[in-house]
Design a protein. Sequence first.
Length: 254
Amino acid sequence: MSSFLLIGPPGSGKTTAAASLAKKGVVAVIDFDYKLHKMENLKSVLRTPENPKGNLIQIPINHPLSTIGLRALSTTKLEQGGKQDSQTPQGYLKFVEIMEKIQKDNYQWEGEKLFGLVLDSYTSMQEHLKRLLLSANSKMTMTLALYGPMLTNLEEVNNTFIRMPIHTILIAHEKAEKDDLLGKIFIKPLVEGQMDNKMAKDFEEVYWMTKTISGAGVATKADYKMLTVGDSMRSGRTSRNLDAVIEPDFSKIV
């Protein structure tokens, strides 16, 4: 079974590409971005009461990032690190509960064997983890000491996914960083701390989504592609006999 890291900007087709894996079998999506049920182009494959045979299962995580509230966040005076007093955020804990259930049930969900598992998105998952760490340590902002346990947790997430006996896809947003020494722009996964430089090493396949717009007005078209080996700004990897640029369809890859 294969582990994929799929990276790209918002609107580049990452979720739709990952959902294409459901053409081959039942795929569950741990939906931190809470959008799968809102995507019109996936309604034909998404399992719902109206479509009980859909191969794409949404496992939503619909928890707020924190319980502090907008007013408290915007009016609190902070020193380095600050302090907070709030209820424990539940988003990341719900994710851990889901992962443990899938493993305990021998990679089934609701009694059905999974062909694949998608995390959408890694970037949002990290935000929930960060808020949990802040709450557990009574802080309002990240301190240097907290990046250690955050990195440890992210490494554990990566290791858990790549060892699963099913196909796994982790979706991450992207960010641009300038290397002042080389004077070049590099595109990396949108992850904080040291993980942005090291997470790609954990995955068998690292692909990037791109979107090209052509035409204007009613004739505007979007062309979605997947880069399997990266380019001058992105570091990609594949062990398969694939072209450098392919159609974003995982059912044709696995």
